[in-house]
Design a protein around this ligand. Structure first.
Ligand SMILES: [Zn+2]
Ligand SMILES: [Zn+2]
Length: 366
């Protein structure tokens, strides 16, 4: 059932459902009665730009309000209000100092897609239209409509590995094809509303309407409900999550005993950019030698050398929304200024006086 729910394409869904029917027909009958677009990724609307098919959002919010959730309703609402007031302020301040242009999570995902794109072979069919071969599959990538027939780009608004390979072949930058939803101007915009400080009961104004009194409480004979389990007399307490007793696992090499920051193995691409505070690397990939398999006769020539500046006016122009400011630096300066210069910063975000653009770490702004 998971295979059917998580499949990106209708073809994969059909195969998974056939398999399910073979394994357990009553399950298949039960599942077939539920509308597909309610539970299977392949039939979901591509407008929401997310590939989540579980209710993580409500779980996360529940965890977020856990310390105030059990309080009386007015206290709980004031508690949630205070949390959001502080959170929005922190996010605004953090994002203004951060070095990233695309939000950290999507920067890391894009770096992985860049790595995977090295296994794809793009061939141009028309201006902005590409046929990309990846393993046994062949996909249609349309740079104008920002779409790939594998549907990952359509659903997540982040170029898939097929799209990235076509974008590089067209000598463009994958960062320019990431949706504005995941860029700094939209991030700042979503945290723009200011929660004004709110007076509590001492600041209330007397009105003509009748006072609303709290509901009458029952007499609690049995006392407060027990919230925590009582430890046994000889029970050894569990190590806390942040305890040094727990073993850490390196997310780079998967060995235990050290963090990825002190790993001796070369970094995975998404961890490398995390260590660099998610500052986008806009360097073109090195030329890839043609695969030495039997398909080498049809393989295209290796990629052109990276520093081949093209006139942006003649290059294929990606569709832009009003949020994206016109690039005034040009491709030449991207290369001459070096991959790590501050060309990724968006012109729409004015610098805050007294805070340099290469500010402190953004690790507190997830
Ligand atoms: Zn794709
Ligand atoms: Zn390691």
């Amino acid at each position: 059932m998971d295979n059917a729910a998580y499949s990106w394409t209708r073809h994969g869904y059909d195969l998974a459902m056939e398999e399910l029917k073979k394994q357990c027909e009553p399950d298949w009958v039960w599942l077939s009665k539920i509308p597909v677009h309610n539970w299977a990724r392949c039939a979901m609307d591509t407008n929401c730009k997310t590939d989540l098919i579980c209710n993580n959002l409500s779980e996360t919010f529940n965890r977020y309000i856990l310390d105030v959730r059990s309080k009386p309703i007015a206290t709980m609402l004031v508690g949630i209000y205070d949390k959001l007031m502080v959170r929005f302020d922190g996010k605004r301040e953090g994002a203004a100092k951060a070095r990233w242009d695309i939000t950290p999570y999507y920067t890391e995902r894009l770096e992985l897609m860049k790595t995977y794109s090295r296994n794809c072979i793009p061939k141009r069919a028309d201006l902005g239209l590409w046929q990309v071969k990846s393993g046994d599959a062949t996909h249609e990538v349309n740079l104008a409509t920002r779409s790939c027939s594998c549907r990952k780009w359509d659903m997540t608004a982040l170029p898939c590995n097929h799209a990235v390979s076509a974008i590089y072949k067209a000598e463009l930058h994958p960062e320019d094809f990431v949706s504005d939803f995941f860029k700094k101007p939209m991030y700042l915009n979503s945290y723009k509303p200011v929660f004004a400080p709110m007076p509590q009961q001492h600041g209330w104004i007397k009105t003509d309407t009748e006072d609303i009194m709290p509901p009458g409480f029952k007499d609690h004979q049995k006392g407060r409900k027990q919230e925590k389990t009582r430890k046994g007399k000889f029970e050894v307490p569990k190590p806390k999550e942040n305890s040094r007793m727990a073993t850490i696992t390196c997310s780079n090499c998967k060995l235990q005993g050290h963090k990825y920051t002190s790993c001796s193995v070369p970094f995975r691409s998404d961890l490398a950019i995390r260590k660099n505070n998610h500052k986008a690397s806009r360097s073109m990939p090195a030329p890839v030698p043609p695969p030495s398999s039997s398909s080498s006769a049809t393989a295209p020539a290796p990629r052109p050398p990276p520093a081949a500046p093209r006139n942006p006016t003649t290059a294929f122009a990606a569709p832009r929304t009003p949020f994206a400011a016109p690039r005034h630096t040009g491709f030449r300066s991207y290369f001459s200024a070096g991959a790590n210069a501050c060309v990724g910063r968006d012109a729409n975000v004015p610098p805050i006086p007294g805070i340099s653009s290469a500010g402190p770490s953004c690790s507190d702004v997830q």
